[in-house]
Write a protein that binds this ligand. Structure first.
Ligand code: CMP
Length: 137
């Protein structure tokens, strides 16, 4: 079924000029860009976005990292795009993410308290609806 998902190019991806490469992979896979914006999120948006991680050891470093620079938010549509984008992104840890994925090809592990793993993709239809309503008012 055709779905929509939220993709974020995180501050490390924007700073490393990987936005074009990430958009290229999304488009090459056949997904459609529905909306896109460059965002300087505030703490309250990130607290809502990451509410399920509140209290975890990486939560504060994660929010600080996400506040460290611009983010590109993208509304992406396509058949099974929620699962499909997560497959394009690769697993959370960039060191072990498979080559051929965004994180596997470009992600680096700096031994930081949080995985600076270039991209975010919604993990379920419920998350996608919730997150899209936060980033695209
Ligand atoms: P994301 O898909 O945006 O969802 C939560 C983020 O937290 C994740 O990508 C990583 O950036 C980070 N993260 C998740 N699990 C861990 C972990 N065990 N250690 C460090 N960072 C993590």
């Amino acid at each position: 079924a055709v779905e929509e998902t939220l993709v974020l190019v995180k501050p490390d991806g924007v700073a490393r000029n990987l936005t074009g490469e990430i958009l290229r992979r999304i488009e090459a896979k056949g997904y459609s860009l529905v909306d896109i914006r460059l965002v300087q999120p505030d703490r309250s948006l990130l607290a809502k976005h990451y509410e399920e991680h509140e209290g975890k050891p990486f939560y504060e470093p994660l929010v600080e990292f996400m506040l460290s620079g611009s983010i590109v938010a993208i509304r992406v549509a396509g058949d099974r795009v929620i699962e499909g984008f997560r497959s394009l992104a690769g697993t959370t840890d960039p060191t072990t993410a498979a080559p051929g994925t965004i994180r596997g090809d470009f992600g680096r592990d700096w031994g930081l308290k949080v995985q600076q793993n270039l991209v975010h993709g919604s993990d379920s239809p419920e998350s996608a609806a919730r997150e899209l309503s936060l980033w695209f008012k």
